[in-house]
Design a protein around this ligand. Structure first.
Ligand code: GL9
Length: 839
């Protein structure tokens, strides 16, 4: 613990510690000071961007104070911390969240109005921090919000990509990727040039005898790249706790380019080293649920794991504890297998650097780590080739082989008669070339493994980790159903609904204990309440309609049924099922009589989402959606009865506009493929109903809100394998309705039919792996039920209110509390008054 600060210094410090603003005037003073001095702008050239910057800097000052205090208190408390290692943090915008979490948004709104600005316009100036692909990265961001809001001592560790997920433009109906350079002005990060770690790559391993006559291994030679820390404050809601997200940036270890080379005329190669180093943290890999095995990706993973572990070990050593206490001070959660190299890295540090015995070290490692699996899709399970790992990380490969040897010996002792088990569970796949199976390494090196929804957690136990359940017993495997933060996904995205609920419940306490939402059910028959609920939904739809008009020029009627599917474009998520359904609906509409048309509910289908740049089939789906939209939106015969929109560049800040505006949203993955899904929770929390398959968290949502409040369809996970098998052996009959849809596409109704051949062939010729045809009829029938249900607006409203009231379970706070209790063994650290800390 730090030495006491002598009195005169302490008094001066306490006297002059900046006091955060608490009135609009004080906010204005801080914002203007920053605009004038930090930004060197004046009243005469203060545009919206400058006003945003001044506002952000004023709030940043506030966050820094509580951030410093939190870190100081956590250091003094010397208790266990959790470290969340994730290659992705899809944070979105920070300002609105900071204002709400410190409870000063009204003050800022008033102050900005005094200066002639609308707060919404100022918030819109901010660039999203888009360091993630989709659900997995957004989950990490929700977890950080909950960890801070619940006062858990926690750090996130990630990479500071110069380019986050690409910006999507739609040109002539095709996706075009544009780089996302987001660091021009980022007030939310603090470079820590003094926190730098040198990371080694390549080289070789030497074995020699040390002074005590013990044989030791030493990793030598190779290349060094420097990791520099950038810290991002993460404010909790309604608490002084502000945690830290540490992102590593790569640079050349020498810091500069090679002057010697430069002087001798080798200009290009003199900067090449520098550039090569900087490349490591340059860009986020834009794949969702896919592993491509690229060398640079492996470099990113090791760079980030090694820097983070170095930092964690350094902090642990400052506390002066014995090594065996490491797991009592440190919990490390692996967000998917991306950080699995942290396991052999900690073993290497303990054995090679700190001189612990192998077994002693391994007990520590195993107690420290836990691993979350986020997918069962085989193409997403990470494997690295042994030759690549041998080249890049020779010592780690040896350690992995040693871990494997010990593990296989244990398996052999436990199951002496089952020799085939050994090759099935070996970390090394005996292929050509040999591959390191990262998920197996993660399971073996962790004390707990969890899935992200009940069905998914059951599935991993019967599929990919079946043998490991036999080996370790079932207790090692557990479920923690995902959750979302109600601060961003209700209070921030839907302030009017949040305020309406607060007015009935008497406070905003439900934002910290979402189960309190159940009291909303008491008001389901309150006419005034119902009216406001309906008005809020309509206003949210009007806001989205305006966004659509502004960005695409298309007019949609907010009174129509808004049917939304926004998520990454992937065959397993089945946007193709949705768009085929739209074509089917269009054909049916055109066959209706004028009277029948009058009785038809107008619908707007809204799509959004990015395709991985190399995922050709997904890009074809985007193209088809846009082509269908072009034809249908121009068809005066159906007019407003049917519209199709593709919202460009779906991201977190767009989700905040889209999510509150749904009547129906679609979560229609082939059963057993979507591990959880989290947007399903966001939509229902905002009063939208959902159409979905019995997959991922849809199942638990149904259990909570009741079967009457959700539209389920399609085959069950338990039947998928048999159906697929049937397809491959000729037991295949294309759905009749779908056949008609395909005829239209083939006839060139939506432009060049050739462009969509692959999409159709995947279903008719290549086994229909995702069961689009098997589920098509059930899907269309369910959509008809939705049409009917929507006609009874009162009943629909009742479903909407009831569902929201029953969504309390899906807060990421509940989820984090489960992790803390059952996996991390972690206690919160309530913030003390600053005076108490000073004493
Ligand atoms: C995912 C699953 O596909 C989702 O179903 C799940 O909700 C999230 C969070 O647990 O994890 N796994 C996965 O690889 N992605 C997910 O969204 N994809 C990415 O975001 C990269």
């Amino acid at each position: 613990v730090e030495a006491a600060i002598p009195e005169p210094q302490r008094a001066a410090w306490i006297k002059h510690t900046p006091k955060p603003f608490s009135t609009p005037e004080e906010f204005e003073k801080d914002a203007i000071r920053h605009i004038e001095t930090t930004l060197a702008r004046s009243m005469y050239n203060c545009d919206e961007l400058a006003a945003y910057s001044g506002t952000a800097l004023a709030f940043r000052d506030r966050l820094i104070m509580s951030w410093n205090q939190t870190q100081q208190q956590h250091t003094f408390a010397d208790q266990k911390r959790v470290y969340y290692l994730s290659l992705e943090f899809l944070m979105g915008r920070a300002l609105d969240n900071a204002m709400l979490n410190v409870g000063q948004k009204d003050v800022a709104a008033k102050g900005l109005a005094d200066l002639g600005f609308r707060i919404e316009d100022i918030i819109n100036q901010e660039h999203d921090a888009a360091l993630g692909n989709g659900g997995l990265g957004r989950l990490a961001a929700c977890f950080l919000d909950s960890l801070a809001s619940l006062d858990f001592p926690a750090w996130g560790y990630g990479l500071r990509y110069r380019y986050g997920i690409f910006k999507q433009e739609i040109i002539d109906g095709y996706q075009v990727e544009v780089p996302d350079y987001w660091l021009d002005f980022n007030p939310w990060e603090f470079p820590r040039h003094d926190v730098a770690v040198d990371i080694q790559f390549y080289g070789h391993v030497n074995r020699y005898q040390n002074d005590e006559g013990k044989t030791v291994s030493q990793w030598e030679g190779g290349e060094i790249v420097r990791a520099v820390a950038y810290d991002v404050p993460v404010p909790g809601y309604g608490t002084e706790t502000t945690n830290n997200l540490r992102l590593w940036s790569s640079k050349a270890a020498s810091g500069e380019f090679d002057f010697q080379k430069f002087n001798s005329g080798e200009y290009e190669s003199s900067v090449a080293d520098q550039q090569r180093a900087e490349t490591i943290s340059a860009v986020l890999y834009p794949n969702d649920n896919l592993d491509r095995g690229k060398e640079l990706r492996l470099k990113q993973q090791y760079f980030w794991c090694a820097a983070s572990l170095h930092d964690i070990v350094r902090r642990f050593k400052k506390g002066g504890h014995a090594w065996k206490d490491f797991p009592n001070q440190v919990a490390i959660q692996l967000n998917d297998t991306h950080p699995t190299l942290a396991i052999p890295e900690l073993q290497r540090i303990l054995v090679d650097v700190e001189g612990l015995e192998w077994d002693e070290a391994w007990i520590i490692v195993h107690k420290t780590f836990s691993y979350t699996n986020h997918t069962v899709l085989p193409e997403a399970l990470e494997k690295w080739s042994v030759p690549l790992m041998q080249l890049l990380l020779p010592r780690h490969l040896q350690i992995i082989y040693d871990i494997n040897l010990q593990f296989l010996q244990f398996v052999e002792r436990t199951f002496p008669k089952e020799r085939e088990v050994l090759s099935r569970v070996s970390i090394i796949e005996e292929s050509q070339p040999k591959m390191v199976r990262m998920a197996y390494l993660a399971v073996i090196g962790s004390h707990k493994v969890n899935g992200v929804a009940e069905l998914h957690s059951d599935l991993i136990k019967t599929t990919i980790f079946q043998d490991f359940v036999k080996i370790y017993g079932p207790d090692k495997f557990t479920n923690v159903t995902n959750g979302i933060t109600p601060r961003r996904w209700l209070h921030q995205a839907n302030p009017r609904l949040s305020a309406l609920i607060a007015s009935k419940l008497g406070s905003y306490d439900f934002l910290k204990d979402l189960t309190q939402l159940n009291k909303v059910e008491n008001f389901v028959q309150d006419q005034e309440f119902r009216k406001e609920w309906r008005e809020i939904k309509l206003a949210n739809k009007a806001r989205l309609a305006k966004h659509i008009k502004d960005t695409t020029g298309l007019e949609v009627d907010p009174k129509a049924l808004f049917d939304i599917q926004v998520k990454r474009i992937h065959e397993y998520k089945r946007q193709q099922l949705n768009i085929f359904g739209v074509i089917h609906r269009w054909l049916a509409l055109k066959a209706l009589s004028p009277e029948e048309r009058k009785a038809t509910v107008p619908r707007v289908f809204i799509f959004g989402g990015k395709a991985a740049p190399g995922y050709w089939m997904a890009k074809t789906v985007i193209h088809l959606i846009n082509q269908v939209g072009k034809v249908i939106n121009a068809d005066s015969d159906v007019g407003d009865l049917l519209k199709v929109v593709f919202v460009e560049d779906y991201n977190v800040s767009k989700a905040e506009i889209i999510v509150p505006a749904s009547d129906i949203s679609e979560h229609i993955s082939t059963a057993g493929t979507e591990a959880s899904g989290t947007s399903n929770m966001k939509f229902v929390l905002n009063g939208g109903l959902i159409i979905g398959t019995c997959d991922g968290a849809n199942i638990e949502i149904t259990r909570e809100i009741g079967e009457n409040n959700i539209f389920l369809f399609g085959n069950l996970a338990e039947d998928v394998e048999e159906l697929r098998h049937g397809h491959l052996y000729g037991n295949y009959q294309l759905d009749e309705g779908l056949a008609k849809v395909f005829d239209e596409i083939r006839n060139g109704r939506f432009g060049d039919a050739q462009a969509f051949t692959a999409l159709i062939n995947a279903i008719v010729d290549h086994g229909d792996y995702y069961l689009v045809s098997d589920d098509f009829n059930s899907y269309c029938k369910t959509q008809e039920l939705i049409d009917e249900a929507y006609k009874d607006q009162e009943e629909w409203l009742t479903k909407s209110i009831t569902s929201v009231a029953r969504m309390g379970f899906f807060s990421s706070d509940r989820c984090i509390e489960e992790y803390a209790e059952t996996i991390w063994n972690l206690e919160p650290q309530k913030p003390k008054e600053s005076a108490a800390l000073d004493a």
